[in-house]
Write a protein that binds this ligand. Structure first.
Ligand code: FAD
Length: 449
């Protein structure tokens, strides 16, 4: 059976349209033979973990980042580019996590937004980061009503997750959101950014700051990992073997390609997004990001207006969800969905938004990207079960920008202190549901059988 590795020649995306000078970086011609910490993966998870590792009281003497393709060419360079948690996600978790669990989750995402802002400002990253509000918009009246019921009961009970949510006035919904036929809209905190630029420039800062300690090797697929008798990790790549005392898997959708115990636990799932550009400028500028649910039970589309007036729009699941092999357990981002599926983007903004009817807006780029989906919907963070010298942060579903930055801080501390998630979770406010464990692996595996 074909090994699950990132496929060569992925399609390009809007976010990749301005490649960083380090996109093919190999710090040394040869792959180093040993290091203290190796990180596999150069997306948001890999690079922010490296950043926080170097910020530890006792940073590692040597870090090697290994990337199968070009720098940050996975999901981080193919997503919607906003960090938020939808009100419907929070409300749906009340019965599962309890009110205090939902409070914790909302607080965690709020902290992630703050962390993205702080790193971008501290490191002077030119990544179009803006603190904004995001509208969750429902076009189905019943969906909207049941969401409001849960919200109101929780608000009256004083739960903190309800505090920074604003419901748009029903009589002005279309006016306020610009969405035709909106039945309800709630605004939540959010951060919009160019994730690829955030990651690539952060790496650039690290390379300049730690020339002797950081080694980056792009276009170097890792094909196997084993643990030697002395506990060292032997990382086999297309260009030789690297031995690392400690190893971080920042491999998201592809984790099971190297850690078979994650098969059916983190499943690759293919998504679609586009960049839509108006030919006739539209005023006023859309200042929110959006998640729009058109009908009950359907996954939301996500929209992220860019400062230049164009817009990144992703989703369109209604066009391909019935063709399961085209997206589920599919890690091929070297091809796009069929042209029939892509008709979804034709006149999208004209159809959906008031004020865009005469914009002549067109999708100038359409791409695919691979998410790491987990059966319970939460990422896996912590020491790899049964492996003393390995840690993982992966399985971020459709929300890595909202979970990774703080998850990476926690992983960096665990690696530096040789500890487990339980030792650091309170410091970073990591919800227990994110902890990877043998039990969780077994449960996910059994449930998908
Ligand atoms: C279409 C789409 C829309 C999305 N929209 C949003 C959104 O709006 N907001 C949000 O929060 N999240 C969104 N997401 C999810 C988000 O993009 C991901 O959760 C996040 O980028 C994961 O980051 P990562 O670093 O873990 O993974 P990635 O960015 O995928 O990085 C993993 C890296 O590991 C490398 N790798 C894997 N295996 C190997 C190997 N064997 N050897 C060497 N290298 C390897 C890969 O090449 C890749 O570069 C979206 C995702 C997609 C695909």
């Amino acid at each position: 059976m074909e090994q699950m590795l990132p496929v060569p020649s992925p399609v390009s995306s809007y976010w990749l349209s301005q490649p960083h000078k380090f996109s093919n970086l190999r710090s040394t011609t040869e792959l180093p033979t040993q290091c203290e910490v190796a990180i596999i993966g150069s997306g948001m998870a890999g690079i922010t973990t490296a950043y926080h590792l170097f910020n530890q009281k006792q940073p590692p003497s040597s870090v090697v980042i290994i990337e199968a393709r070009e720098l940050c060419s996975g999901a981080t360079a193919r997503n919607g580019g906003h960090s938020k948690i939808k009100l419907s996600t929070l409300a749906s978790q009340v019965s599962n996590l309890g009110q205090s669990g939902v409070d914790e989750l909302q607080k965690f995402v709020q902290g992630v937004i703050a962390s993205l802002k702080q790193v971008a400002e501290d490191e002077e990253l030119d990544c179009e980061l803006e603190i904004r509000r995001s509208f969750d918009v429902q076009l189905d009246g019943e969906d909207a009503a049941s969401l409001k019921d849960i919200f109101q009961a929780s608000r009256k009970a004083g739960h903190t997750w309800t505090k920074d949510v604003g419901f748009a006035l029903p009589r002005f919904l279309e006016q306020v959101t610009s969405i035709k036929g909106a039945k309800a809209a709630e605004s939540v905190p959010c951060c919009s950014l160019w994730p690829y630029k955030f990651v690539a420039q952060l790496l650039e800062r690290l390379v300049a700051r730690y020339p002797g300690q950081l080694n980056v090797q792009t276009t170097t697929p890792v094909t196997a990992v084993s643990v030697l008798a002395d506990g060292t990790n032997a990382i086999t790549t297309s260009r030789g073997v690297l031995k690392a005392k400690k190893l971080v898997f920042a491999t998201n959708a592809y984790t099971a390609g190297l850690l078979p115990q994650f098969k059916d636990v983190i499943v690759p799932v293919r998504g679609m997004a586009s960049h839509i550009v108006p030919k006739v400028p539209v005023h006023p500028h859309l200042s929110h990001t959006y998640n729009i649910t058109f009908s009950s039970g359907q996954a939301a589309d996500y929209l992220n207006p860019r400062p230049d007036g164009s817009i990144v729009v992703g989703g369109g699941g209604s066009m391909f969800k019935s063709d399961r092999p085209s997206w589920f357990n599919n890690f091929d981002d070297s091809t796009r969905f069929s042209s029939e599926v892509e008709t979804y983007w034709d006149n999208y903004m004209q159809r959906v938004f008031l004020g865009w009817e005469n914009s002549e807006a067109e999708a100038e780029k359409v791409w695919t990207g691979i998410m790491g989906s987990t059966p319970d919907g939460w990422p896996h963070i912590g020491r790899v079960p049964g492996r003393e010298s390995q840690w993982v942060l992966a399985g971020f579903n459709g929300g890595g920008m909202s979970f990774i930055p703080t998850g990476a801080k926690a992983v960096a501390k665990m690696v530096a202190e040789d500890s487990d998630l339980v030792d650091v979770k309170d410091e970073f406010g990591i919800p227990d549901i994110f902890a990877t464990s043998t039990e969780r692996l077994r449960k996910a595996f059994t449930e998908t059988r």
